[in-house]
Design a protein around this ligand. Structure first.
Ligand SMILES: NC(=O)C1=CN([C@@H]2O[C@H](COP(=O)(O)OP(=O)(O)OC[C@H]3O[C@@H](n4cnc5c(N)ncnc54)[C@H](OP(=O)(O)O)[C@@H]3O)[C@@H](O)[C@H]2O)[C@@H](O)CC1
Ligand SMILES: Nc1ncnc2c1ncn2[C@@H]1O[C@H](COP(=O)(O)OP(=O)(O)O)[C@@H](O)[C@H]1O
Ligand SMILES: [K+]
Length: 502
């Protein structure tokens, strides 16, 4: 699903008004009625006190339409106009009049702190103060109102966006932002909903299709895409009947050290569970018995060193190589990575200490074959590209890093971002149960396996991250978040793949 900017959404709005011969007020009615339907479906007429805070632009207009429908369905509604400006939008004004036709309870004006209503924990608050039209930080008494709402602990539903968030840029430090429990957003998700610093304000997210012009949405260009099952299934290549293991790639996993053999074992298990035809490991001698016992399906080559890797078996003919988990950052490990990068031509997957070695020896980055995949978590990323002031600067830095070295960067997190040049793919599967030791090692195995099976590295990264998340979801459903082990994310890969097409 494309993620559009506020400007693109306004264009979509205009195009829809023209093509569908609908007025902007009609579009507001359509959008806000969908919100009302969602609320009504859940509340089923319950006599909960509903407090709607409306700004004076079109987000506030939405709030007024929602209020009218709620009143007409017998809900207990109080409407507050957050009077931060005299420049009321036309659609706000006409809906203000329409609301007065259905109730004798006039909306209350909030012009300063003295007008703030008491909000109880059991109230249901609707935030229709600002939407995509916010163009500067919220200040003064409006900021105090945001704090008042946040402090109330009442369940808060944000319309289109939590007020205080910009759709396309970072909020400043200490910005006033509504902490929503639920956000009902129109037509497309906004980028900030998925960034680490702002995702928590959104709560649960649901996107409402408000019927904006399909042709416009199809042709509008966006560098940002959200990856859900609909997108993932289009990337998947089903297996043909008449095939053999030679058709599914030979993955070589290099890593491990004394005390960290489990990491490579997880990666190899996950590569085999994702469908690699063959999988070999290259590890220090101390891991030999462990791997052969725990994973008889894999082949094992050992370094001449007992506890640390010191070389790369460059006589070995693999379809794809993954390097780094558990390998450490010793000079010996550096020599192994250097050996590898000097002898491979096809893309490699680099994770964990492999990334730390690249960060410590920046000249090695130049040796990465085109389309190689790096899978840093934020700490590893910072060591590679330096620090950033906010998520938007981070995205810019990763983009230029990816362009400079012609590589793909998977920035791991609650929503992992797959970045190739200007294109950014945002993963929407996974859960906090995956915040557990070794789950990154499992991801490397998935991506490596898919590349070995012939997927283009960027596709392998997008599909791999999605499947890894789904597998984590399947594991969490059975084990609960706390109970998930990384090995179970690997074990459920087959189910995650099957679930794509069933
Ligand atoms: N296409 C769609 O998706 C559809 C969208 N719809 C809805 O429209 C919403 C967008 O409406 P919108 O453009 O009127 O902007 P909105 O967010 O109400 O605020 C703008 C007002 O705030 C002001 N202002 C800004 N920052 C400020 C600040 N810090 N402190 C104080 N004032 C500030 C600014 O005035 P300014 O002072 O900058 O001139 C202006 O008056 C969208 O989110 C969705 O809910 C649906 O109805 C139909 C389909
Ligand atoms: N809250 C979360 N929601 C979704 N995915 C998560 C969450 N926390 C972690 N993950 C995923 O788990 C993996 C963790 O990787 P990493 O930090 O490298 O772990 P490790 O080094 O222990 O293997 C990443 O793929 C990340 O996207
Ligand atoms: K809002």
């Amino acid at each position: 699903m494309k993620i559009l900017s506020a400007e693109q959404l306004s264009q979509a709005d205009k195009e829809t008004i023209k093509k569908q011969e609908i007025s902007s007020e009609g579009l507001m009615e359509r959008a806000a009625t969908l919100v009302f339907n969602e609320i009504h479906k859940r509340l089923e007429g319950a006599p909960i006190p509903i407090k709607i805070f409306c700004g004076i632009g079109n987000n506030g207009g939405d709030g007024l339409v929602i209020a009218r429908h709620l009143v007409q369905h017998g809900y207990h509604v109080n409407v507050y106009i957050v009077n931060y400006s005299d420049k009321r939008s036309d659609d706000f004004l006409s809906n203000y009049e329409k609301l007065k036709e259905v109730t004798d309870d006039w909306p209350e004006m909030i012009k300063n702190e003295a007008n703030f209503p008491e909000i109880r924990t059991g109230d249901f608050v609707i935030d229709a103060i600002f939407g995509i039209g916010l163009n500067r930080p919220i200040e003064g008494w409006v900021a105090k109102l945001v704090e008042h709402i946040n402090n109330s602990q009442a369940f808060t539903l944000a319309i289109d966006m939590p007020s205080g968030l910009f759709s396309d840029k970072a909020p400043g430090e200490n910005a006033s932002i509504i902490e929503a429990d639920f956000t009902l957003s129109f037509q497309t998700p906004k980028l900030v909903f998925f960034l680490p610093a702002t995702m928590d304000y959104v709560g649960n997210l649901q996107i409402l299709d408000i019927g904006l012009d399909k042709q416009f949405l199809a042709k509008v260009d966006s560098n940002y895409r959200l990856i859900n099952k609909e997108e993932a299934i289009q990337l998947y290549k089903p297996r043909k009947t008449n095939t053999h293991k030679g058709d599914y790639g030979h993955a070589l996993i290099i890593g491990g050290s004394y005390g960290k053999i489990g990491s490579v074992l997880l990666t190899a298990t996950s590569a085999l569970r994702t469908g690699s035809g063959l999988c070999s490991l290259y590890i220090p001698k101390c891991g030999y018995d462990i791997v052969q016992t725990a994973l008889p399906e894999a082949m094992v080559l050992t370094d001449k060193e007992n506890h640390l890797l010191n070389a790369y078996p460059n006589t070995f003919d693999a379809d794809v190589v993954c390097f780094g988990m558990g390998v450490g950052t010793s000079n010996k490990a550096k020599a192994a990575l250097e050996d590898l990068l000097n002898s491979v031509n096809s893309p490699v997957v680099i994770d964990a200490d492999g990334l730390n070695l690249l960060a410590q020896n920046k000249s090695l980055i130049d040796l990465l074959p085109e389309n190689s995949v790096l899978t840093p978590h934020p700490g590893e990323l910072q060591r590679l590209i330096g620090s950033w002031k906010d998520d938007f600067e981070k995205l810019e830095l990763v983009r230029s890093f990816s362009k400079k070295y012609k590589i793909i960067v998977v920035v791991k997190g609650a929503h992992s971002f797959i970045i190739q040049g200007d294109n950014v793919y945002i993963n929407n599967s996974g859960n906090p149960g995956m915040a557990t030791a070794g789950s990154g090692d499992v991801l490397s195995g998935v991506i490596t396996s898919l590349i070995g099976q012939g997927y283009d590295p960027v596709i392998a990264s997008i599909l791999g991250v999605f499947l890894h998340g789904r597998s984590g979801d399947i594991a969490a459903k059975e084990m609960g978040f706390e109970g998930v082990l990384a090995g179970e994310i690997a074990s459920n890969m087959g189910k995650a793949i099957k679930e794509l097409y069933t």
